[in-house]
Ligand binder design. Structure first.
Ligand code: GTP
Ligand code: MG
Ligand code: NA
Length: 461
C-alpha cells in the first residue's frame, strides 16, 4: 500500500527525566489511574506503555485555542513511561530509541538534574524532537490551584503577582540551564519556531493544570515535524520490552509494535539465549485504553493490531527470549532461504554483543537479566579496560561458575562473575565458594561496579 498523509500510524512518545520529577504521576493524571501509588519505593523500574485513544486526547487538547486548530488524524498516542533512577540508563536508552518525540519532565523546583542531562544526551544523539514539561508548579509558594485540568495560561492569570514572579524567575533559570547545554527554549505560547526552539509547558500532575496544554503539544509537534515519518508502512518493526510469566498464559513477551501490522497466528522469530526462537502467536493482547501495560489487569484479545501499539504476545517456547531485542515475522516458515535471512537479521544485535567478548578467552564472566543491562555492564567494563571472557542472560547456574573457574589458573582475579539483577542458584554459590570464584551481585548497576572496583583495588595491592 502507498504511504500517504491519509493513513498515519500512532505517534510514539517517550516520557523521560530525573527520578521523581513526576513522569508516572502525569500519566496517572491523564489516565485517571493510580499506577505510581503502587510502585515499590515509589520508583518506576520497568518500561511501561499506555495508549490514549484520539477522542480522549482531543477532548482535553481542545480546551485551548491552539488545540482547536489541529487535525486529530492519528488513531491514538502511544506513551512509553521510563524509570528516572540512575541505574536504569539502559531502559531510558531503549525507550528513547523507540519514540518519535519525547516529553522531558523537569521538576520546576529543582531545575536540571543528572538524569535530565543524561536524557537530553540520548535525545540529542538520536535527534529526537522533544518538549519540556516543567512539572510541580503547584509546589510554588502560595500557588492557587485551579480545578478540572485547567490550561496553564488560564491558571497563571489567576495567580497573585508574587506567585507569577516566582514562576517567571524559575522558568528563566531553567531556560538558562538549557541554553548552557545548547538548547533555545521558550514557554510554548511564545515559541515562534518549533524546529529551532524547544517548547516549555508548565504542569502539575497533582492538580491537573497544564494537562490540556501537554496533550495539545503532543498532537501539534508530530504534525509540524513528523508527518512523513508517521505515514503508515507495511514493514513490520517490533521490539521486545519484557519477558514475563503470567498466570494462565505461561511465558509471554511484551512488545512495542512501531511499524506494520501483526496478526494472531503469525509465525514470529525472536532472539533466544540459545539461538533464535521460532513460534506462532497464540494470542495478541493489549491492556484496555488508558491502562498501563505493565500493570496486571484484564487484556483485550485482537485478531490483528496496527502500529503503533504496546502488545502482550502469548506463544509457546518464549522462556529463553531476550528483552531489548527485535521481533520479526516470518512470511513462509517452509521457505528455508527466508528463514535463514530472518534468523540472521533477528540475531544481529545479539551477535554484536557477543563480539565484545574477548577472543583470548581471558577475562571476567558477566551475567544480567536483560540484554540492555548486559550492554550497560559491558560498556562499563570496556571503559575500565577489563576484558570479558563470557556472558550470559538469566540466573547464575553451576555451569557458569565452572566456566569462570577456568580463569583461576590464568588470572586469578578474573575468576569472577558480575551478576546484575539475577538470582544465583544454591549449587552455583556452593561451587563458587569451594573453587574460589568470586560472585558479585546487585540489583542496582552502580552498586555492582562499586563492589567490583573495590575488589580490583584489593587484589592489585
Ligand atoms: P521515577 O519513575 O521513579 O523516575 O519517578 P517519576 O518521575 O515517575 O515520578 P513519580 O510520578 O513517581 O512522582 C514522584 C513524587 O512526586 C510522587 O510522590 C508524586 O506524588 C509527586 N509529584 C509528581 N508530580 C507532582 C506535581 O505536579 N506536584 C506535586 N506537588 N507533586 C508531584
Ligand atoms: Mg515513574
Ligand atoms: Na518516582
Amino acid at each position: 500500500a502507498a504511504r500517504t498523509r491519509d493513513h498515519l500510524r500512532s505517534p510514539i512518545i517517550c516520557i523521560l527525566g530525573h527520578v521523581d520529577t513526576g513522569k508516572t504521576k502525569i500519566l496517572d493524571r491523564i489516565r485517571r489511574t493510580n499506577v505510581q501509588d503502587a510502585e515499590a519505593g515509589g520508583i518506576t523500574q520497568q518500561i511501561g506503555a499506555t495508549y490514549f485513544p484520539i477522542e480522549a486526547v482531543k477532548k482535553e487538547a481542545t480546551k485551548i485555542e491552539e488545540g482547536k486548530k489541529l487535525l486529530y488524524n492519528v488513531p491514538s498516542l502511544l506513551i512509553i513511561d521510563t524509570p528516572g533512577h540512575e541505574s536504569f540508563t539502559n531502559l531510558r536508552s531503549r525507550g528513547s530509541s523507540l519514540c518519535d518525540i519525547a516529553i522531558l519532565v523537569v521538576d520546576i523546583m529543582h531545575g536540571l538534574e543528572p538524569q535530565t542531562r543524561e536524557s537530553i544526551d540520548l535525545l540529542k544523539m538520536r535527534k529526537t524532537p522533544f518538549i519540556v514539561a516543567l512539572n510541580k508548579i503547584d509546589r510554588m509558594y502560595d500557588w492557587k490551584a485551579q480545578p478540572h485540568n485547567c490550561p496553564t495560561r488560564a491558571s497563571l492569570e489567576k495567580q497573585p503577582s508574587h506567585v507569577r514572579e516566582e514562576f517567571f524567575r524559575r522558568v528563566k533559570e531553567t531556560k538558562l540551564q538549557l541554553a548552557e547545554i545548547g538548547f533555545n527554549t521558550e514557554l510554548y505560547w511564545e515559541n515562534k519556531d518549533v524546529r529551532k526552539t524547544v517548547s516549555l509547558v508548565p504542569t502539575s500532575a497533582i492538580t491537573g493544570e497544564g494537562m490540556p496544554d501537554l496533550l495539545m503539544l503532543l498532537m501539534a509537534l508530530p504534525q509540524r515535524l513528523l508527518t512523513e515519518r508517521l505515514m503508515f508502512t507495511d514493514v513490520l518493526e517490533a521490539t521486545v520490552l519484557e519477558v514475563k510469566v503470567i498466570e494462565g498464559l505461561g511465558t509471554t513477551i511484551d512488545i512495542v509494535l512501531t511499524g506494520g501490522t501483526i496478526h494472531e497466528g503469525d509465525t514470529i522469530m525472536v532472539v533466544g539465549l540459545d539461538g533464535p526462537i521460532v513460534t506462532t502467536i497464540r494470542a495478541l493482547l493489549t491492556p484496555h485504553p488508558m491502562k498501563e501495560m505493565r500493570v496486571k489487569g484484564q487484556y483485550l484479545h485482537h485478531k490483528q493490531i496496527k502500529a503503533a501499539q504496546g502488545i502482550k504476545i502469548s506463544a509457546d517456547g518464549l522462556e529463553k527470549a531476550v528483552a531489548g531485542t527485535q521481533l520479526m515475522v516470518v512470511e513462509d516458515a517452509n521457505d528455508e532461504e527466508e528463514m535463514e535471512y530472518v534468523r540472521e537479521e533477528v540475531m544481529k544485535d545479539f551477535q554484536t554483543i557477543l563480539t565484545s567478548v574477548d577472543r583470548s578467552g581471558l577475562g571476567v564472566y558477566v551475567q544480567a537479566s536483560t540484554l540492555g543491562s548486559l550492554e550497560a555492564l559491558l560498556e562499563y567494563l570496556r571503559s575500565e579496560k577489563i576484558p570479558v571472557a563470557g556472558i550470559n542472560i538469566g540466573p547464575v547456574h553451576k555451569r557458569d561458575v565452572t566456566k569462570a573457574s577456568t580463569m583461576l589458573e590464568r588470572r586469578k582475579e578474573y575468576a569472577t562473575i558480575l551478576a546484575f539483577d539475577v538470582p544465583v542458584e544454591k549449587e552455583a554459590r556452593e561451587l563458587a565458594e569451594s573453587e574460589g570464584v568470586q560472585i558479585f551481585t546487585a540489583d542496582i548497576i552502580y552498586h555492582l561496579f562499586d563492589q567490583f572496583t573495590a575488589y580490583m583495588e584489593r587484589v592489585k595491592k
